[in-house]
Ligand binder design. Structure first.
Ligand SMILES: Nc1ncnc2c1ncn2[C@@H]1O[C@H](COP(=O)(O)OP(=O)(O)OP(=O)(O)O)[C@@H](O)[C@H]1O
Ligand SMILES: [Mg+2]
Length: 274
């Protein structure tokens, strides 16, 4: 009989009536959601519906409202309490905000930006040594993300697409269990987006759980079978790609007439009327 350690069996993400307030506004309402480890999931919905807030809730950039009954609304890998740097090392994070924070670090090189991922920081902390193993792993991650030629460049001077590739490398250095990707293709040209899709498929097949926020249904790779549609800070629908990446649910959630076509397994959405 094999015994699965509790931490491995625990779901990646468990939300139990999670509410989040930003400024004076409630941006997430009583979210209930469970994503198992290995269950690749896409999150779609109109601008402002709460997708990035959801990602920030998981990465602890935002905190849920405490519940009156004392239940903890957010668990990640079975744990309610996390040291933020440990959590961020287990979850690779690719978001625009992370990129802006790295760009704000004066003189940060691409190599340092990737190595900073080991320390869950935007810089390499002065008191911490960078080992040869870290440098090798950073190179390997840059290679996987097709960004090795950028190694010696200054992070702040990269193009939008180049920063995305470096962020993916940074997310991979800790060999995370999961990747949280918030619109990872922002700014990528056609071929770079194709490479990103290829990389996501490769990572998903290697067992890294993907949680992907996107506006592009063609990025919902075949490995992603679960789709969560959000609207107005709530879960509008939660189901399979076969059921939800269809004209009717997408038209309803986005509030326009959207047609979905499939060519050789690749999905595409077209707006018929808005
Ligand atoms: N700091 C803030 N203070 C108040 N409201 C905020 C703040 N940040 C975000 N919001 C609001 O929270 C809501 C959800 O924002 P969020 O960034 O999660 O949306 P999103 O689904 O990621 O949208 P997009 O597709 O445009 O990225 C929006 O209405 C937004 O205006
Ligand atoms: Mg967003």
């Amino acid at each position: 009989m094999s015994i699965v350690p509790a931490a491995e069996a625990a779901p990646l993400i468990e939300l139990d009536h999670a509410c989040v307030i930003r400024g004076q506004v409630r941006v997430l309402h009583e979210l209930n959601l469970r994503i198992e480890q290995g269950q690749h999931t896409a999150i779609l919905g109109p601008n402002g519906c709460g997708k990035s807030s959801f990602i920030k809730l998981i990465t602890r950039e935002l905190y849920p409202l405490a519940r009156a009954d004392g239940h903890v609304p957010v668990k990640v890998m079975g744990q309610t309490r996390w040291q933020v740097d440990r959590l961020r090392a287990q979850l690779g994070i690719v978001t625009g905000d992370l990129s802006s924070n790295l760009s704000d670090m004066p003189g940060l090189s691409v190599e340092e930006a990737v190595i900073s991922g080991f320390f869950a920081s935007y810089v390499v902390p002065a008191h911490r040594d960078v080992t040869d193993t870290m440098r090798q792993r950073a190179r390997h991650a840059l290679e996987l993300a097709r960004a090795l030629p950028l190694l010696g460049r200054s992070y702040a001077q990269l193009s939008a697409g180049e920063t995305r590739r470096v962020l993916i490398a940074r997310a991979l250095v800790n060999q995370p269990k999961a990747l949280l990707l918030d619109e990872p293709s922002t700014g990528l040209d056609l071929i770079s987006r194709h490479h990103l899709i290829d990389s996501m498929r490769h990572l998903a097949q290697q067992g890294i759980t993907l949680v992907l926020v996107t506006h592009h249904i063609e990025e919902v790779i075949p490995e992603i079978d679960r789709v969560v549609l959000m609207k107005g800070g709530r879960i509008f629908a939660d189901g399979t790609r076969a059921d939800l990446l269809q004209s009717a649910p997408l038209s309803e959630v986005f509030g326009g007439s959207i047609d979905v076509t499939e060519h050789g397994g690749h999905l595409q959405a077209h707006v018929l009327s808005a």
